[in-house]
Design a protein around this ligand. Structure first.
Ligand SMILES: *[C@@H]1O[C@H](CO)[C@@H](O)[C@H](O)[C@H]1NC(C)=O
Ligand SMILES: *[C@@H]1O[C@H](CO)[C@@H](O)[C@H](O)[C@H]1NC(C)=O
Ligand SMILES: *[C@@H]1O[C@H](CO)[C@@H](O)[C@H](O)[C@H]1NC(C)=O
Ligand SMILES: *[C@@H]1O[C@H](CO)[C@@H](O)[C@H](O)[C@H]1NC(C)=O
Ligand SMILES: *[C@@H]1O[C@H](CO)[C@@H](O)[C@H](O)[C@H]1NC(C)=O
Ligand SMILES: *[C@@H]1O[C@H](CO)[C@@H](O)[C@H](O)[C@H]1NC(C)=O
Length: 212
């Protein structure tokens, strides 16, 4: 007969595993844009390193996720909620829904990682405005749909994300119209879920112990 300590160890491992599984399945995700290809444009061949639309179609994006752009100073990252700006490949007409992430460095080819949090539900557009829009026109651009998921984590909820009012249009009745993120306190979902799992596991473990 195994000593009781073995049973407790088994319980401990069961709990640890369950909590881990719950945390990672309900957590926020970081998406490395383009996967191993990174966010790059070859100025010799005038081609983007991969098909970013295809890459995006393999991912699910939620509030609080980050896009990680592994790039260098030859490219920029422009984030916008304005389809007109996206289609124009131009970030010069600044409205307050367009953000340009660049290093501020004037030298070429310096490695750079840019992390962009997803803070607005709905259509988000990304492109590089370097080389006067050529990179974007030649494929360094993609759009994604951001789901609410479990909402923004507190770390991204303050200060509040920039307001953006979607113009009422024919697709106003579509499935994911909320574009202004005004969140009630969030983050309750994952701890609750973890607690529930712990309770279930604890119960199962006790039965195991009693059965011995
Ligand atoms: C995701 O990226 C952000 C920003 O770089 C970072 O703070 C966070 O730790 C990353 N999370 C994971 C799970 O790698
Ligand atoms: C661009 O493409 C050319 C031709 O395939 C290749 O020789 C060159 O190394 C590439 N440049 C970069 C920076 O990847
Ligand atoms: C990228 O892939 C999409 C399908 O995911 C396709 O419609 C599009 O034409 C491709 N773009 C290029 C430049 O090949
Ligand atoms: C989108 O950008 C265009 C210029 O690129 C601007 O005229 C328009 O007002 C912007 N729309 C919104 C909703 O900000
Ligand atoms: C940002 O856009 C919103 C909605 O279009 C507008 O109400 C607000 O005044 C704008 N803020 C600035 C600083 O332009
Ligand atoms: C960056 O751009 C410069 C100037 O166009 C070019 O000479 C260099 O090869 C590029 N570097 C990379 C890594 O693409």
């Amino acid at each position: 007969m195994a000593p009781p300590i073995a049973a407790y160890l088994a319980v401990f491992f069961a709990l640890t595993t369950a909590v881990y599984a719950a945390a990672s399945s309900s957590g926020y995700h970081n998406h490395t844009v383009g996967g191993a290809s990174g966010w790059l444009f070859n100025s010799t061949t005038s081609t983007a390193a991969t098909n970013y639309s295809s890459w995006a179609s393999t991912q699910t994006f939620n509030l609080g996720d980050f896009l990680i752009f592994k790039t260098n100073t030859n490219q920029t990252v422009v984030q916008t909620y304005n389809e007109t700006s996206y289609l124009s490949c131009n970030a010069d007409d600044f409205d307050n829904g367009t953000f340009v992430y660049d290093s501020g460095s004037s030298s070429f080819s310096q490695a750079l990682t840019i992390s962009v949090p997803l803070t607005v539900v709905g259509r988000n557009y990304f492109f590089s405005d370097a080389a006067d829009g050529l990179q974007c026109h030649r494929g360094l651009a993609f759009e994604i749909n951001v789901n609410r998921g479990q909402g923004l984590p507190p770390s991204l909820n303050q200060p509040p994300p920039p307001p953006y009012i979607e113009p009422p249009g024919p697709d106003a009745a579509e499935q994911s119209p909320p574009s202004t993120v005004t969140l009630a306190p969030t983050g309750g979902a994952s701890p609750l879920r973890v607690n529930a799992l712990v309770a279930v596991c604890g119960f199962a473990a006790e039965i195991l112990i009693l059965l011995r």
